[in-house]
Design a protein around this ligand. Structure first.
Ligand SMILES: Nc1nc2c(ncn2[C@@H]2O[C@H](COP(=O)(O)OP(=O)(O)OP(=O)(O)O)[C@@H](O)[C@H]2O)c(=O)[nH]1
Length: 201
């Protein structure tokens, strides 16, 4: 009998331009585009993977970082199993805005126990030479704000991209109480049924 896979919803949040779409595209399609348009609303892509002998369909939701699209993205936060808070290491403001992104997510996703929710922080664009945020400052922020795992990534040269997404899945699976709520992909309703690639809004 074939093992059933579980559907996990992983959402990328962060300021416009930090590289959320690029990280998703690098991980799912292994491509990088220097001329991406700003995301409007949300888009998602599915990725099947095996983590610690467990089959998982990761549904990665990429959201619009620009403030003007706030009302288009927030309805999609609910039901997320993991949130990837993303900033760019060459943009100090995007780092300072992490707290706002976390707050926005907790509110609109209606997270009942924020201290237990698996957030992962990504410092993207580590291939650049002019950094504004040090790894030490980012790690300190993660320690001070709930001991979130921190990864330095580059969608451009692939640094840590697969590791970060897979660790996000591991964090979710490690929470036994959350694992009880995983939905087998062959029983999900149409709204959450995985497709090979899809977008909305
Ligand atoms: N050097 C470098 N550039 C990157 C990297 N990731 C993304 N970029 C570039 O940064 C710009 C913005 O990337 P996007 O992926 O569109 O950023 P986003 O966070 O999805 O932006 P919004 O859709 O507005 O929220 C693009 O020109 C990308 O090519 C990276 O790791 N390194």
């Amino acid at each position: 009998m074939t093992a059933k896979s579980s559907l996990l919803k992983v959402i990328l949040l962060g300021d416009g331009g930090v590289g959320k779409s690029s990280l998703m595209n690098r991980y799912v399609t292994n491509k990088f585009d220097t001329h991406l348009f700003h995301t409007i609303g949300v888009e998602f892509l599915n990725k099947d993977l095996e983590v610690d002998s467990r089959l998982v369909t990761m549904q990665i939701w990429d959201t619009a970082g620009q403030e003007r699209f706030r009302s288009l993205r927030t309805p999609f936060y609910r039901g997320s199993d993991c949130c990837l808070l993303t900033f760019s290491v060459d943009d100090n403001q995007s780092f300072h805005n992490l707290a706002n992104w976390k707050k926005e997510f907790i509110y609109y996703a209606d997270v009942k126990e924020p201290e237990k929710f698996p957030f992962v922080v990504l410092g993207n664009k580590v291939d650049v030479t002019e950094r504004q945020v040090s790894a030490e400052d980012a790690q300190q922020w993660c320690r001070d704000n709930g001991n979130h795992p921190y990864y330095e990534t580059s969608a451009k040269d692939s640094t840590n991209v697969a590791i970060a997404f897979e660790e996000a899945v591991r964090n979710v699976l490690a929470m036994e109480e959350r694992a009880d709520h995983l939905i087998p992909t062959d029983t999900v309703n149409l709204h959450r049924k995985p497709r090979s690639s899809a977008s909305c809004c």
